[in-house]
Write a protein that binds this ligand. Structure first.
Ligand code: ARG
Ligand code: ZN
Length: 430
């Protein structure tokens, strides 16, 4: 009996975060199908007016929007939609249930042990400090590959923004690939996938000839947590938090959407917002945020004359929707080298599909997703000059959305890694 009680207790302590945790009881995700362009416009206005959180925005009229609505707003929003005559279904009945069902408590029991042994990365979502501990672990235990860490800046709340470099030898200055996760707080699988890549690159070269090949050609710069304040907040207070944790002067609303804050064609009127209460608030100006500014100057430093334009690829990892996207996000026009970017993306998604059968869509952000200026991918290509700049949207296509259950960490990481590996191998030959 004593053992039984102990187990129950540790499950409770490790998986639940009581008191200040926001409840999503009664929150719904609606599926809204607009029939005309003007109806879609009205719906988008409604979203802006009620400061609703869009989970999924379709590219054309045959596809529906997924919009998260708080219970207090539900009645009014529904009556507006009824007036518009839109087809509305409830996509997710109770967001809190979705969240509760996304954890696997048994696996949380061994969190500490797990970190030390570098096992079970695939079983639970780790917090910021656990991830930092893991980076140190990787650095200390790397054999036959060189691992170093660099702090490229601090978050609004002063948390370090760390980059882990994996290369074949110290002082390596090969062509570089930069990969980051967690720019959006609630997209937990993106952080997990970058950690997974680290693990494969550092601990697998002996078993995996592909990794060996890749390290002959590239230095990898991995940033697992680009938005640590937002990530922690999404773990302890609000599972669906997206932005950073900037206190916006003159507003009670917190946070800037880092992926609307980059300095290439920055424009709040193009898929961002000037309203600090919007989930896609673009900030007061481009690169106003320490997190985006740190990444921008890091990419620039590797591209600068001293570094000989070393960065060949940049991958900005998000969830969800299953896309492998290339620029631009700010315009429907394509980059002149679109075909090169498309070709390598096709290689990647073909490799992804082979693992668990998941299909990823390839295209330019604006054309297959939606208009959004100020993204880091557009910045990397447009301002910094990185040719192969992409945004990845990992699992799923909406069943769990941002709240991807821990059970899916392993398959999601495996397929993403297969895609990234195939992409980088093709890049090495290009
Ligand atoms: N879901 C991502 C976002 O909203 C997509 C970004 C695509 N890239 C872009 N430059 N719009 O931030
Ligand atoms: Zn995102």
């Amino acid at each position: 009996i004593a053992v039984f009680i102990l187990v129950i207790e540790s499950v409770y302590v490790s998986s639940a975060t009581p008191s200040q945790q926001k409840s999503f009881h009664g929150h719904k995700v609606l599926d809204i199908l607009p029939r005309t362009e003007s109806e879609l416009k009205s719906i988008l206005n409604l979203i802006e007016e009620y400061e609703l959180d869009v989970w999924y925005e379709p590219k054309n009229l045959n596809d529906s929007l997924h919009v998260h609505v708080e219970p207090e707003k539900l009645g009014q929003v529904l009556s507006h939609l009824k007036k518009l005559g839109s087809e509305v279904k409830v996509w997710i009945e109770n967001v809190q249930k979705l969240i509760d069902g996304s954890f696997t408590p048994e696996d949380n029991l061994q969190r500490r042990v797990i970190m030390q042994r570098s096992l079970n990365l695939n079983k639970t979502y780790y917090n910021y400090s656990e991830i930092m501990t893991y980076l140190d672990y990787v650095q200390e235990n790397a054999r036959g590959v060189h691992v170093s860490q660099q702090v490229i800046g601090q978050s609004v709340k002063g948390r370090d923004l760390r980059v882990l470099k994996v290369s074949r030898s110290s002082n390596s200055a090969k062509k570089a690939i930069i990969i980051d996760g967690g720019i959006h707080a609630r997209e937990w699988i993106s952080l997990a996938s970058v950690i997974w890549m680290m693990d494969k690159l550092v601990f697998n070269p002996r078993n995996d000839p592909d990794v060996k090949k890749l390290l002959k050609k590239f230095d990898f710069y991995l940033i697992p947590v680009l938005n640590p304040d937002g990530y922690e907040f999404s773990r302890t207070n609000d599972r669906l938090w997206r932005k950073n944790r900037r206190i916006n002067s003159g507003s009670n609303c917190v946070g800037v959407d880092l992926n609307r804050n980059f300095d290439y064609k920055w424009n709040p009127n193009r898929g961002g917002s000037r309203n600090p209460c919007s989930t896609v608030y673009s900030g007061t100006r481009a690169l106003s945020e320490p997190e985006s500014a740190a990444l921008a100057s890091f990419i620039n430093s590797l591209m600068g004359v001293d570094n000989g334009g070393r960065v060949q690829a940049y991958l900005n990892i998000h969830s969800y929707g299953q896309y492998w996207l290339y620029p631009w996000g700010f315009t429907t026009a394509y980059p002149v080298d679109r075909l090169d970017l498309d070709n390598l993306a096709q290689v990647a998604v073909t490799a992804i599909q082979k693992v668990n059968g998941k299909r990823f869509t390839v295209g330019s952000s604006r054309n297959v997703l939606y208009l959004a200026a100020g993204g880091s991918d557009d910045y990397a290509k447009g301002s910094a000059g990185v040719k192969y700049s992409y945004t990845l949207e990992l699992r799923d296509t909406g069943a769990y959305g941002f709240v991807l259950p821990e059970k899916q960490i392993l398959p999601a990481c495996e397929e993403t890694w297969a895609g990234v590996k195939a992409f980088a191998l093709a890049l090495a030959k290009s």
